[in-house]
Design a protein around this ligand. Structure first.
Ligand SMILES: O=c1ccn([C@@H]2O[C@H](COP(=O)(O)O)[C@@H](O)[C@H]2O)c(=O)[nH]1
Length: 280
């Protein structure tokens, strides 16, 4: 099954567009988990179990595991997700990008070693550096386009000779030139709904991974209005800290489940209103 088919099936079967970010940070884990033999794995398992009914996707962030020398726990988290969440999409957020020969190794790492359904990549070295990823035709390649951080305008909003900002050129090339295997998705921050609307207009039905809801303060309704497709899907709404650290106590898993549920319900409620308005 291709990534796009899997993603569509995941949206519809879970009735959710929520992607739970797995960004375990040692100093934010509850004391009872911090002392476990494999604290990141233990934490992730509890979070996954609690959020599973409300999530269509999970996004482990590579840096959190690498910084603590806990990549074995990332691998075990990936195994656990395959075991308990078979219908969910797993995106390895590693933001890879390098010359082709090295990118080949990054692609093998994401798809063969970690067995992710998709990986995030940085396109700013050029389209040739995406090929090692996109040649895995069944896998998803999630290309940074307009990122959520406050400084993303510094380079991504630079105006080109054709009058377009750079991020829009990236979106257009993704839709026109880089998507031969129909396996691309773009990253667009929820902190930039106007830009999100311009990107949606340029890329047709392409799925968009949208971080920035929760801890970064993105506007959920504006995001959905800007980016939902006519079928009511098309967006993966990521929240990491807003779900993982909804409570710092021993009730952290219940609190994470409640936060994921609240986000899922808010998405569905906005989705319903937006589709109803479009039908009028
Ligand atoms: O533009 C981007 C691209 C990636 N991210 C990643 O998403 C999560 C967001 O975490 P929150 O705690 O929900 O803010 C994190 O893993 C980032 O590395 C992003 O935020 N913006």
């Amino acid at each position: 099954m291709t990534f796009i088919t899997q993603l569509q099936s995941s949206w519809e079967s879970t009735a959710s567009m929520v992607c739970v970010g797995l960004d375990p940070q040692m100093d934010r884990l509850p004391a009872s988990i911090r002392t476990a033999g494999k604290p990141f794995l233990e934490f992730n398992k509890r979070i996954i179990d609690a959020t599973l009914p409300y999530a269509c996707a999970y996004k482990p962030q590579f840096a959190y595991f690498a910084a603590e020398n806990r990549l074995d726990e990332l691998l075990q988290t990936m195994d656990y997700l395959r075991e308990v969440a078979p219908g969910r999409i797993v995106i390895l957020d590693a933001k890879r990008g390098d010359i082709g020969s090295t990118a080949d190794q990054y692609a093998r790492e994401a798809f063969e070693f970690y067995k992710a359904h998709a990986v995030t990549v940085n396109p700013y070295m050029g389209g040739d550096t995406l090929l090692p990823f996109t040649r895995f035709a069944e896998k998803g390649v999630v290309v940074l386009c307009k990122t959520s951080n406050p400084g993303s305008a510094e380079l991504q909003d630079l105006i080109l000779e054709n009058g377009d900002p750079l991020y829009l050129e990236v979106a257009k090339r993704a839709a026109r030139d880089w998507n031969a295997n129909r396996n691309l998705c773009l990253v667009v921050g929820a902190t930039y709904p106007k830009e999100l609307a311009r990107i949606r207009e340029s890329v047709g039905e392409m799925p968009l991974l949208v971080p920035g809801i929760g801890a970064q303060g993105g506007d959920l309704e504006a995001t959905l209005r800007a980016g939902l497709r006519a079928d009511g899907w098309g967006l993966l709404i990521n929240s990491s800290r807003g779900i993982l650290y909804a409570s710092s106590g021993d009730d952290f898993a219940e609190a994470a489940g409640a936060a994921a549920r609240e986000l899922q319900e808010a998405c569905l409620s906005f989705q319903k209103n937006i589709l109803q308005e479009a039908a009028q």
